[in-house]
Design a protein around this ligand. Structure first.
Ligand code: MIC
Ligand code: SF4
Length: 642
């Protein structure tokens, strides 16, 4: 019998399938070849890995990057780094020191392999899709399981073909392509999809451009995005000295998709995501003349050599507008070295840019917060309210071309374009800041783990009760992000210390949340969160489930819940309910007592439960796989291991 034609997604998933049947509309388990962690989610991932009692990592390659918390005010960040380094050495993980660069850019340069699977404790792990990987973001504990050799579970994806035709015009780049896709599909309602890029336009995009598109695909809320692996991919890998890592990968003739969306690259114009959502798309033309106070270039979306070299070409021989602050953070040491060698760095310095460390920095609000009410143009991927560190700032997400042109003009300006940066024939490779490559996969038995005072043990959940008596501890609206639930920026340094970090749960929405929860708990009541559409968008930070669990949150009741956050809730034993009738959202207020009689029974059976609020019965539902049901009943993944 002739094999059914397959698309790229189906091919990679089929080769990695270990549980379930993709023909059925249910959960499948896949084998994970590579894992990555970053420091802000990594400490927790490794604390959980340690508690699993496995002697060394069992997947093909595990890399631990340090890129988020590198500001090092106080001892906490540095202690985290030492902890991560010691864990890496002991368990056979490659360790990327602070200063080496941003995890996604580095992984693309040095490790990403077409046709493999990558699981990362960061929502922008899909950057690897640019090189033909099925690369998925997840909570730290899921990475820990994958490092221990366990499968990763996703709902059988629906695959949408994004058919690219034509060629981008001058001054337009990959960022505008993904903004176009976001304009069409928005940031909600895409849970369970994989976006697969195909069509003749693919060949016109270099690997970093493809990676920009798959990186920011995270903002759609999809499982991941993927490009084929072709001559462009081969050239990129060869230039990185990794020709052997190449495998060609294309959809078979006649392969089918669940949906098709066509994008004519030649028709795209410069776009921007306006405050406060990456899905709020406007044209740069419509903003023309609006004053700009700050321009920040970099982040894992746009920090490749191609991007920063393009910026240097636009700024060459000019100085940025006197009242605009411009910061540049490159994606990796390789990028900085190349810019130094070809004179771009000198151009940027001469133009008056502030050269920042190659790390996440401004993107996560760790520094460079804009002034009150300022307009900040940024090349990163998220402009959630307050994420920059300044609540009143208006952050617009744009391409490097638009950022550079606007930095010169001092107002929103589309770039007239510049020469295309040719794909380098040879990247200068220097892996000296990757440590423990010689012990990768093997580890060092008996090696000591270094644990500073800010590194606290991971709390464990409790078994789900039979009947729940609780209180609506907070009621929030639509599109609540994990940045609302568990703020980063100035609070980031508490990531390894759940009791300390838990003080800031929902700080931007209700700073009293922590105390409310403790007061309810003292009365023997469970805490419940009520939310609107698309709850838990954005970051993969499992702290947005772990810290609420620590405060006694037992269930979230929302109109809809995003993929990574829903999985994190389940991993920490919190029941993710959705309203059967979304209108019932209006019937609950903060502070209302809520009873869920028979909650355990509901989880054990069909997932349908009835809440009793102010004498009214409200139907809610949770659709769980057997695996998920088991986790919730036990009180979460860690508790289930005992
Ligand atoms: C982000 O961009 O929001 C982060 C910070 O990289 C997060 C991870 C984290 O919160 O540590 C993400 O994207 O998952
Ligand atoms: Fe770092 Fe920003 Fe990328 Fe997150 S989105 S990994 S904070 S650069």
């Amino acid at each position: 019998m002739k094999a059914m034609p397959q698309n790229v997604t189906q091919k990679i998933l089929a080769r990695h399938l270990v549980e379930g049947d993709p023909a059925k509309d249910a959960e499948i388990g896949i084998r994970i070849d590579q894992t990555l962690t970053q420091d802000a989610t990594g400490t927790m991932a490794y604390l959980q890995f340690e508690s699993m009692g496995v002697p060394r990592v069992r997947n093909e390659l595990a890399v631990s990057y340090v890129d988020h918390n590198t500001v090092q005010i106080g001892f906490e960040n540095a202690d985290d780094h030492d902890f991560l380094a010691s864990v890496a050495r002991k368990y056979g993980i490659v360790y990327s020191k602070a200063g080496n660069g941003i995890c996604h850019q580095l992984h693309l340069e040095r490790f990403g392999k077409p046709g493999t699977t990558l699981l990362g404790s960061d929502s922008h792990t899909p950057t690897g899709g640019g090189i033909g990987q099925i690369a998925i973001g997840a909570g730290g504990i899921d990475i820990a399981v994958a490092m221990a050799g366990g499968a990763f579970h996703i709902p059988t994806p629906k695959v949408r073909a994004i058919v690219l035709t034509g060629r981008l015009r001058r001054g337009v780049s990959a960022k505008d392509v993904i903004l176009k896709v976001l304009e069409r599909f928005g940031t909600k309602g895409n849970v369970g999809w994989i976006f697969e890029y195909t069509g003749p336009g693919v060949a016109t995009l270099d690997v970093p451009s493809r990676a920009t598109i798959t990186n920011m695909g995270a903002e759609l809320g999809v499982t991941t995005s993927v490009f084929p692996s072709d001559v462009v991919t081969r050239q990129f890998l060869a230039a990185q000295g990794r020709a052997r890592d190449f495998t060609p990968l294309a959809a078979d003739r006649g392969a089918t998709y669940d949906d098709v969306f066509r994008v004519d690259l030649s028709k795209i114009e410069p776009l921007a995501a306006a405050p406060h959502s990456p899905g709020n798309i406007v044209t740069v033309r419509s903003m023309k003349g609006t004053r700009v106070n700050q321009v920040m270039i970099g982040s894992c979306t746009n920090s490749s050599y191609r991007d920063i070299r393009t910026v240097a070409q636009i700024l060459k021989g000019h100085h940025v507008a006197p009242d605009v602050e411009v910061g540049i953070a490159c994606g990796s040491r390789q990028v900085v070295n190349m810019l130094a060698a070809d004179g771009s760095l000198a151009i940027l310095i001469k133009a008056g840019c502030r050269i920042l460390e190659n790390a996440c920095g401004f993107c996560i609000g760790a520094h460079m917060s804009p002034a009150t009410d300022a307009v900040s143009l940024r090349t990163n991927n998220r402009n959630f309210e307050g994420r920059s560190g300044t609540k009143s700032a208006k952050v617009y997400l744009v391409s490097p071309e638009t950022a550079a042109a606007s930095a010169l003009a001092g107002t929103f300006t589309a770039s007239a374009g510049t020469r295309a940066v040719p794909a380098p024939r040879r990247f200068p490779v220097d892996d000296a800041m990757f440590l423990y490559r010689d012990t990768a996969g093997k580890g060092v038995r008996g090696a000591r783990i270094v644990r500073g005072p800010n590194i606290a043990p991971v709390p464990k959940g409790e078994q789900l009760v039979a009947d729940l008596k609780g209180v609506c501890a907070i009621k929030v609206g639509d599109k609540i992000t994990t940045d609302h639930i568990m703020p980063a920026g100035a609070r980031l340094k508490f990531r390894s210390n759940v009791p300390a970090y838990a003080k800031f749960v929902f700080e931007p929405c209700d700073p009293g949340f922590h105390d409310t929860c403790l007061a309810n708990r003292a009365k023997g009541l469970a805490n419940l969160i009520v939310a609107g559409e698309s709850y838990g968008q954005g970051s993969s930070r499992e702290h947005a489930a772990l810290c609420p669990m620590y405060l006694g949150v037992k269930a979230v009741i929302a109109k809809s819940i995003e993929r990574i956050h829903r999985a994190n809730l389940i991993n920490f034993g919190i029941v993710p309910f959705v309203f059967e009738d979304p209108a019932d959202y209006g019937c609950i207020a903060a502070g209302d007592p809520i009873a869920i009689p028979g909650i355990r029974r509901a989880v054990e059976t069909d997932g349908v439960a009835t809440l009793v609020v102010r004498g009214k019965a409200i139907r809610v539902r949770t659709s769980l796989s057997d695996r998920e049901r088991h986790l919730i009943l036990c009180g979460g993944l860690l508790a289930s291991l005992k």
